[in-house]
Design a protein around this ligand. Structure first.
Ligand code: HEM
Length: 278
């Protein structure tokens, strides 16, 4: 084992120091958890519904708006400049196109996001001001994700929602990237070229873990909102409203059987109270 480790280091002495390798390693467990959130599982099973997808897009809009505004503002910062690829990666405009497709021209008035999305955006704006180098961890988490599993998810979404061609799916399309794999290689090499002190490097790695956790919290909050208020949300039209997710215990939100039993219980109780009053 020890000899194997030595040989690897001898072949590529810098491999262990590469930010791209380290970041992938430290976020591995978080990636598995993100993939296994209820929302992402629905996605992968081809069960994503139109209300679910529309709601996800609203949160993605707020997240990319914050991320891209902070990247733009810090584009000359020595840690941000090497990974700044607005032409190839920027998602905000494509999300806005998709929102217009799904919600119509007055989509801005219909944006609804959960508290977790607000917290995520707040963090992005905070580090944009205080620690721009941490944006590397956030940009990695979103953009490399979009260029990896995101590409498969786009095709699944198209089928699940019965969309014609790529209507409403501009988010998944990267016209400035001809080969996602080659681009990811370039992006990783740019990440590795960022000069960081030990303390900053640790901070970036921790921030990438945090970025995954923010995404997981957003997915969980969206799932709760959808479980409880699926129909009401379609009619909601308050500008950039924060919806506090209902605090239901454990799996109650996600188990249809328990929801049916609870519904029956509430209906029975209502009828019993009515009979008692009579
Ligand atoms: C249904 C959910 C998901 C699936 C099926 C999925 C799948 C994948 C796959 C197949 C890869 C390529 C792995 C490789 O090249 O070694 C990947 C990479 C990646 N994914 Fe995901 N993913 C999902 C969700 C997410 C989420 C929610 C995020 C973050 C918000 C994310 C972030 C990333 C990142 C940053 C990478 C690049 C890893 C690296 O090469 O350093 N993924 N994903």
């Amino acid at each position: 084992m020890e000899t194997e480790k030595k040989t690897q280091t001898q072949t590529n002495p810098m491999a262990d120091r590469d930010l791209s390798e380290q970041i992938k390693k430290v976020t591995k467990e978080n990636h598995i958890r993100a993939e296994n959130t209820q929302l992402m599982l629905s996605f992968q099973r081809g069960q994503v519904t139109l209300p679910q997808y529309k709601l996800l897009l609203c949160s993605l809009h707020e997240i990319y708006q914050a991320l891209e505004e902070e990247l733009d503002r810090n584009s000359n910062h020595p840690s941000v400049a090497p990974i700044y690829f607005p032409t190839e990666l920027a998602r905000l405009e494509s999300i806005e196109k998709d929102l217009e497709y799904f919600y119509g021209q007055n989509w801005r008035e219909k944006i609804v996001v959960p508290a977790a999305t607000k917290r995520y955006c707040h963090r992005l704006r905070q580090i944009g001001k205080e620690n721009p180098e941490f944006l590397v961890g956030h940009a990695y988490t979103r953009y490399l994700g979009d260029l990896s599993g995101g590409q498969v998810l786009g095709r699944i979404a198209q089928k699940s929602m019965g969309l014609k061609s790529n209507e409403g799916l501009a988010f998944y399309s990267f016209p400035g990237v001809s080969s996602p794999n080659l681009f990811k290689q370039l992006y990783r090499s740019r990440m590795n070229s960022v000069e960081l002190t030990e303390e900053q490097r640790t901070g970036v790695l921790e921030e990438a873990v945090r970025a995954f956790e923010f995404n997981i919290q957003v997915f969980d909050d969206l799932q709760k909102m959808l479980s409880v208020t699926e129909n009401q949300l379609q009619n909601c039209s308050t500008h950039s409203k924060t919806v506090k997710s209902p605090q239901l215990p454990g799996n109650i939100n996600t188990s249809p059987l328990i929801r049916v039993v609870l519904g029956l219980f509430v209906a029975l109780a209502t009828v019993s109270i009515g009979i008692y009053i009579l």
